[in-house]
Design a protein around this ligand. Sequence first.
Ligand code: MG
Length: 203
Amino acid sequence: MKGIALDIDETISYTVEYWVRQLSKKFGNPKNLTPREIFEQYRLIQNFPHWQSKEAQDWIDKDRNSNEIQKDLPLIKNSNHSVNKLNKIIPVVCYLTTRPQSVLEGTTYWLEKHNFPKAKVIGKPAKITYEDGTKWKANMLQKLFPQVQGIVDDNLHLIDYLPKTYKGYIFLYDIKNFSSDFKNVIVCPTWEDVLENAAKVYK
Ligand SMILES: [Mg+2]
């Protein structure tokens, strides 16, 4: 069956909200920035200058590898309903995430808990470092085409690793301004935009 892939963190799961809350409690947040403010400035919270100590980075690493934590992560509001609508436009055939394979159990639990469409969850193999995660994901997308016709993802760096000949669509979620000569990149500030654009592209 042909269909679309979905990213998880910051596309359907509001993971950064959990991390900012915890890291602020444990390591402080001098300017009292909200999760949204930190996310908009740094995108990856491990880049936030105040949390560069080894202790903070180790804590991030430990949490990233915990199944229990994945089970309780907050949801991006209504993302589950939007994904079920998307699933009617084009089937969701997999979740493609740079989360390590070791947390797929907690991840699957979370997806079921929020009634996301059932589909295979593909996680990053342990031998790929976190830093190489985006490159790994771009390679997977190429390998999975044409079965996987595109992805909804908030990570614009995915495009850096895709050849111009890639025929799938990248729906860049939660990105407002971005221009690229890559014609299959569609900027989608909201889930409504994803649904609208997917309906045009996959009609
Ligand atoms: Mg993401």
